[in-house]
Design a protein around this ligand. Structure first.
Ligand SMILES: O=P(O)(O)OC[C@H](O)CO
Ligand SMILES: [Mg+2]
Length: 245
């Protein structure tokens, strides 16, 4: 019979085993690096209120992370607005409101600490966002330094991204653009959206989810790890260099 000391040592050794041997990191942007999801919610609530309807988090869960056209189709279909509003009209209506809001977006907690840490330790990083080029420029105009630490950025309107999340296209494109021959199993994706977590898993990568607390826990399934904030992320659990704190 093993002594308590031996059992404890075995448990400690198992706990010290990383979940994966990660060499490359891919960040989602909206709702993960930048606090922009609230802007989409605010604008969509306003549009829906005109039709006497309420925007809720089950609809939000379906739309977030998707390319604009895909998310607009979901909005019209799920809200029963066929014949009243086309996806194109929805995108047009929300555009000026979003354009006014995006430049004021802020970074989410823990973002800078983690990105500076990974950069200082030579871990290659990329961004894979469903956001298209024009919106990306508005959102990132006050965050240039952070994005300059990324090896590259892949956006939703990139020709290699045939389908939006949950298709693995965007994460596989991001992986291929790193130097060398990188395997999906070596890539760790950070995501806030259920469709983004599914896309990462469909790409064969590991996924850490940092969901909005209003998202029902049923949407957490599929993620390899769920944390409340990037401040709670422990790099050593993923074979990455630990914080020196
Ligand atoms: O979460 P992201 O960065 O993929 O962006 C997707 C949309 O632009 C917003 O949900
Ligand atoms: Mg996101």
């Amino acid at each position: 019979m093993a002594s308590a000391g031996v059992d404890e040592a075995a448990a400690a050794a198992a706990a010290a085993q990383p979940r994966a041997a990660i060499s490359h990191v891919i960040f989602d942007m909206d709702g993960l690096l930048l606090d922009t999801e609230g802007f989409y919610t605010e604008v969509q609530e306003k549009i829906l209120a005109r039709y006497g309807k309420v925007f809720d988090w089950s609809l939000k869960a379906k739309m977030m992370g998707k390319k604009a056209a895909e998310s607009a189709r979901i909005f019209v279909d799920e809200c029963g607005l066929d014949g009243l509003l086309t996806p194109e009209q929805f995108l047009e209506e929300r555009e000026s409101m979003l354009q006014a809001l995006f430049p004021s977006c802020t970074k989410l907690p823990g973002v800078l600490r983690l990105i500076h840490h990974l950069h200082a330790n030579g871990i290659p990083m990329a961004v894979a966002t469903g956001s298209h080029k024009r919106h990306f420029a508005l959102k990132t105009q006050n965050h240039q330094e952070m994005f300059s630490l990324m090896h590259h950025v892949v956006m939703g309107d990139d020709p290699e991204v045939k389908a939006g999340k949950p298709s693995p296209d965007i994460f596989l494109a991001a992986m291929r653009r790193f130097e060398g021959n990188v395997e999906p199993s070596k890539c760790l994706v950070f995501e806030d959206a259920p469709s983004g977590v599914a896309a990462a898993k469909n790409a064969g990568m590991s996924a850490v989810m940092v969901p909005d607390p209003r998202l029902d826990v049923s949407y957490h399934k599929g993620a390899d790890q769920v944390i409340c904030s990037l401040l709670d992320f422990k790099p050593s659990e993923w074979g990455l260099p630990p914080f020196n704190e």
